[in-house]
Design a protein around this ligand. Structure first.
Ligand code: SAH
Length: 339
């Protein structure tokens, strides 16, 4: 079976592209070789038309459990069909599995832990999650199995992110969104990120682009973790990150404007006017919007652009479902240069 040979730094984006084209072979493991990575691909003529170096090569198969097993199929052994319907999505953050267990399945907690450990043999903690609370958006968790900790190092988009789920917000499901933004950013840009948390957006962008990022965060625990994360990733970052501890509503007015502003706005906070006022070319503004109110959301942004005398073009993208009919959305606002 063929393999694609790419320089180490390009492995992640090429892998994504191959996956998207349906050419990646998930049954085999990629392998490091000196400054290169060998990526497993299926035997398909299209592989040879992408401009990558293709070699014949043997790569080891993944253990079977990593290929097809998902929690639901594993739990079929122990749960009834009716119970399986109540199973929710779960996340793995570093070596912590984070689950939601609805009341209908509480008596099945032990089985769910068993299933999770079967699917993810490397997890050390299983935590049950409550909801995001307060301005810092921290969730309430209880540990239902394993080591008594909620700190771990999560790997994503080629960076390592130290998190403490009991003290600072982190959402692994935004991995694709962070990658999308990193691809939009161009070398040389100056980027502002208020509401920066433990710096996942900043790290991923700085990993891929030679940019100057200014990030702002109010929660002191998140701020400290963010500083540690800059240290932890120093060697892999092309860009620079300046991290400011403070309230975005007080800090931003003192800052200059930036080429691009990324606002992972906390739910219930209106930072539109504030963040738009700092953007020269692009604003990526996140908000939680009912599907029937996306038009209103667009209008609100247009109105704010008019008020600030900025000529803009808006594209709104659904990023994830937050609860039935309510989406986390990102408005990509392009500000046209004045003539
Ligand atoms: N960008 C991060 C965090 C998003 S959650 C991520 O995606 O992981 C929103 C973050 O905004 C939280 O970390 C919260 O502590 C922070 N925050 C809330 N109000 C703030 C304010 N007024 N100024 C700066 N940060 C604030």
């Amino acid at each position: 079976m063929p393999v694609v040979k790419v320089p180490k730094g390009e492995a992640e984006p090429v892998k994504r592209k191959l996956k998207k084209l349906g050419l990646y072979d998930g049954k085999r493991k990629p392998k490091r070789k000196d400054e290169f990575v060998l990526l497993p691909v299926i035997d398909d003529p299209r592989v040879h038309k992408l401009g990558y170096e293709v070699l014949p090569g043997e790569l080891p198969l993944r253990p079977e459990r990593q290929i097809y097993k998902n929690l639901e199929s594993v739990l079929e052994e122990r749960l009834t069909v009716e119970e399986l319907k109540h199973l929710r999505r779960y996340d793995v953050v570093g070596d912590i599995a984070v689950v939601q267990i609805p009341p209908e399945l509480e008596h099945r907690t032990e089985d769910i832990v068993w299933g999770l450990r079967k699917v993810h043999p490397f997890i050390k903690v299983v935590a049950k999650k409550g909801f995001h609370e307060g301005a810092f958006r921290i969730r309430d968790y209880s540990i239902i199995w394993g080591e008594k900790r909620l700190t771990t190092v999560h790997k994503e988009n080629g960076v390592e992110i130290k998190v403490d789920l009991s003290r600072a917000f982190f959402n692994p499901r935004m991995k694709g969104e962070r990658y999308r933004l990193a691809q939009l950013v161009k070398d040389g840009e100056r980027v502002l990120i208020p509401f920066a948390g433990v710096l996942p957006y900043a790290l991923v962008i700085a990993r891929y682009r030679k940019v100057k990022i200014t990030a702002v965060e109010l929660n002191e625990d998140a701020y400290r973790l963010g500083l540690e994360n800059i240290e932890l990733n120093q060697k892999r970052l092309k860009g620079e990150i300046e991290f400011i501890h403070g309230d975005a509503f007080e800090v931003l007015p003192e800052l200059p404007t930036f080429d691009r502003v990324i606002s992972p706005t906390p739910r219930g906070v209106d930072a539109l006017s504030l963040t738009l006022s700092k953007a020269q070319k692009w604003l990526h503004y996140y908000d939680f919007v009912h599907e029937k109110k996306i038009g209103e959301f667009r209008e609100r942004i247009l109105e704010e652009c008019r008020r600030q005398e900025k000529d803009c073009r808006i594209r709104i993208k659904k990023v994830s479902d937050f609860k039935p009919h309510v989406f986390k959305v990102c408005a990509d606002v392009e500000l046209k240069e004045e003539e």
